[in-house]
Design a protein around this ligand. Structure first.
Ligand code: GLA
Length: 385
């Protein structure tokens, strides 16, 4: 938990100024995995873990940043183009600042103090939370009292592309910027618009398990999956020119086309096509308050990611299997790119302790892992505190 009073005091000690405080959340996807770069649908919520930025303007064009997590102070000058890709957390900060300027925002120098309780490297979008909280702070200090959240999200994505070197989709920054409290967002990654979906879980809740595992494979396999999807689209489009992305393919069409595709490509496509359908079905289930149905869809999503898309790993499978038969658990699945990171489960609040024990025992017993857990509601997006 970040203590805002302590953050403010620390800022005053460091910079001899009173700050304004801004924040942005991490996120988790209830469902809709590996659909975003296929023009498809995703259903994330913002989590109750946030990055906070205490900020005050400076009279010059220097941005001074101190990170409490990193115990580091660094600075850069807005008036001088920066060194691209230092390979550190400053890339996210400077990249966002420069992307805002390119989008027409006026920025001034600033003193910043950053603290966060979003786990890093766990697939919960700690980087988007950093970009959006810093972007919001710099935009407001520079004279935009209510910065357009979509522009902030695009600036965060641009920082990833040109400063950090990650060719990510827009989803992470989008939800961190635009999340609505107590709602998931059904994001249409083609149209870049969204529908807020009330998350009414009654006595149930969302449990996140950070397995603490990260396999090397993740980024090379991610790019390979993207290429395999593109290959599938190219093949299908040869006879169906209206198909531009797997978003344009339904299961009937895929079944007709599958014999023409290499079996591996057909399986990859089947994951994406069925995951899009599951995401829309999950929205209907949430709207109708049918948690058992939502949970079944989450479990099917995990099986599809494991068997058709092959981005799970033994530790994620074990964490999901550990709770599959637990009373009060509606569904559980890996979330994020895969090969490590987190699982997300929807379960009765009364079942949380048992589920945590079951996962902990199995991950400790089989892999010697010490996973971390937290329950979250759907939080709001980037804001001034
Ligand atoms: C990573 C990417 C996201 C998305 C997921 C898979 O987390 O950053 O854009 O593709 O993988 O759903």
């Amino acid at each position: 938990m970040v203590e805002l009073h302590a953050l403010r005091q620390r800022f005053e000690q460091l910079y001899q100024q009173s700050p304004r405080i801004f924040s942005a959340p991490g996120r988790v996807k209830l469902i809709g995995e590996h659909t975003d770069y296929n023009d498809g649908f995703v259903l994330p919520i913002a989590i109750e873990r946030r990055t906070f930025v205490a900020a005050a303007p400076r009279p010059d064009s220097t941005v001074v940043v101190h990170s409490l997590a990193m115990q580091q102070t660094v600075q850069f000058d807005l008036s001088r183009p920066g060194a691209v890709r230092r390979g550190s957390w400053l890339d996210y900060v400077e990249g966002t600042a420069r992307a805002l300027i390119e989008r027409g925002f006026t920025l001034t120098g600033a003193n910043l103090l950053i603290d966060s309780d979003v786990p890093r490297g766990a697939g919960l979008s700690a980087s988007a939370a950093l970009e959006l909280s810093v972007g919001y702070a710099l935009a407001v200090l520079g004279g935009s009292p209510r910065p357009d959240p979509l522009q902030l999200a695009l600036a965060g994505q641009a920082a990833e592309h040109s400063y950090v070197g990650t060719l990510c989709g827009i989803m992470d920054q989008y939800i961190s910027a635009l999340a609505v409290a107590n709602h998931a967002l059904l994001i249409d990654c083609r149209a870049l618009d969204y529908e807020p979906i009330a998350v009414q879980l009654r006595t149930a809740c969302v449990l996140i398990c950070d397995t603490q595992v990260k396999h090397e494979l993740s980024s090379s396999a991610y790019n390979e999956r993207r290429r395999q999807c593109e290959m599938g689209v190219r093949e299908i489009a040869r006879f169906r020119p209206t198909v531009h992305a797997l978003r344009d393919v339904n299961l009937d069409v895929l079944e007709e086309e599958a014999p023409r595709l290499p079996p591996l490509i057909a399986r990859r496509c089947r994951h994406v096509v069925t995951e899009n359908a599951r995401t829309l079905a999950a929205v209907a289930a949430l709207k109708e308050g049918r948690l058992a149905r939502l949970g079944d869809l989450m479990s099917e999503s995990h099986a599809s990611l494991r068997d058709d898309y092959e981005v799970s790993c033994a530790e994620l499978d074990e964490a999901v299997a550990a709770v599959a038969a637990e009373p009060g658990v509606y569904g559980s699945r890996m979330t994020g790119g895969g090969f490590g990171g987190c699982t997300v489960s929807v379960l009765e609040a009364a079942a949380v302790d048992r589920a945590v024990r079951a996962i902990r025992e199995r991950l400790r017993g089989r892999f010697g892992l010490e996973p971390e857990f937290f329950v979250t509601h759907a939080a709001a997006g980037a804001t001034e505190e």
